[in-house]
Write a new protein. Structure first.
Length: 337
């Protein structure tokens, strides 16, 4: 059985999903929904076997479509996911899951009511350096994690971004763009028993924008682990992307090259110096989508990245924004409350 896949939107990632879908075991791209002809003219030429339509609602009426891949602007995730789930399609959705946890709850309820999978594609857990860091943590060779410094600082370049990315009510801003990646990684690596969140988030480097470009947050787990998140879309600065981990018996760090700057790698402290650790890198998008396809084929009750995970990430992001507004530490009893 080959599952039929439709891609909703092309944007920054939609076109790249065609090859990732076709590389999976048991699925193929059959249609792309994108209203902007200028976005699909080259794709149409490169993929004459794929149908292109302007309205995604045309796709949902088709019996030969089993999975919908959403690569839409953030503010469209909610309605497109609801429409797809209610049409009986499984949904593989680019992060963030939605604009807020209220929307997430409605989406999860629809997935349950329609017996369909809804997975938020937090792809960075499939990056080779992040998987190696999880191996190091889970091995216990360095003892227990005590604290983490996670960072992603890079140029914002607002003139290169589509207008919606700079509008808060449409899910723009670096909290939704980059903060969700950092929160996802920390929950995946350290657990979801987060209890308090504090910090600040604002348009520090681009005050003319209506949305955030930077944030500095402090997170505390029930286990006692603490982590800081430093993210900035700067005007001038040095690009750095990764995290430093401090264990009871040592240290480790990972970095990823970004924009051609830096080196992707994992290092462990040895004799007061950094010892680079080899790891296997993979096509993260391709492997993650294939994992989702296999879950659909098997009839799994949950997706490889749990369906509730995207909601948990946004719960933490909302707590960072509340802490900035109130100037107080935010207590979280449960990431699903």
């Amino acid at each position: 059985m080959t599952l039929g896949v439709a891609i909703l939107g092309t944007g920054r990632l939609g076109g790249r999903y065609i090859d990732s879908i076709n590389a999976s075991q048991g699925a193929e791209t059959r249609v792309v929904a994108e209203p902007r002809e200028e976005q699909v003219s080259d794709l149409r030429t490169a993929h004459p076997d794929i149908e292109f339509v302007a309205d995604y609602r045309e796709v949902l009426q088709r019996d030969d479509i089993d999975i919908v891949v959403g690569t839409l602007p953030h503010w469209l995730h909610y309605q497109a996911s609801l429409d797809s789930l209610e049409a009986g399609k499984h949904v593989f959705l680019e992060k963030p899951m939605a604009l807020n946890t209220v929307e997430c709850d409605e989406m999860l309820a629809s997935a349950k009511a329609n017996n369909r999978l809804l997975m938020t594609a937090h792809t960075q857990r499939y990056f080779g350096e992040n998987r190696k860091m999880k191996e190091i943590i889970d091995s216990g060779d360095l003892g227990d994690v005590v604290m983490v410094n996670a960072m992603w600082v890079k140029p914002l370049d607002p003139h290169l971004r589509p207008p919606w990315m700079l509008e808060k009510d449409k899910g723009g801003g670096m909290g939704q763009m980059d903060g969700t990646h950092l929160i996802d990684r920390l929950i995946w690596l350290l657990g979801d028993d987060i209890r308090t969140v504090s910090g600040t988030s604002s348009n520090f480097t681009h005050p003319h924008l209506s949305t955030d470009d930077s944030g500095h947050h402090f997170i505390r787990w029930e286990s006692g682990i603490t982590a800081s998140i430093t993210r900035m879309g700067w005007v001038h600065g040095i690009t750095e992307y990764g995290a430093d981990f401090f264990f009871t018996k040592g240290q480790a760090k990972h970095r990823r090259a970004y924009g051609g700057i830096g080196k992707t790698g994992v290092w462990v402290e040895k004799d007061n110096d950094w010892d680079e650790v080899p790891f296997d890198d993979i096509n993260s998008q391709e492997v993650q989508f294939n994992d989702f396809v296999q879950a659909v084929i098997r009839g799994d009750s949950d997706s490889p990245t749990p369906m509730t995970h995207g909601r948990k990430v946004l719960k933490v992001l909302e707590a960072t924004e509340e802490s900035h507004r109130t100037g107080k530490e935010v207590v979280i009893d449960d990431l699903m409350d």
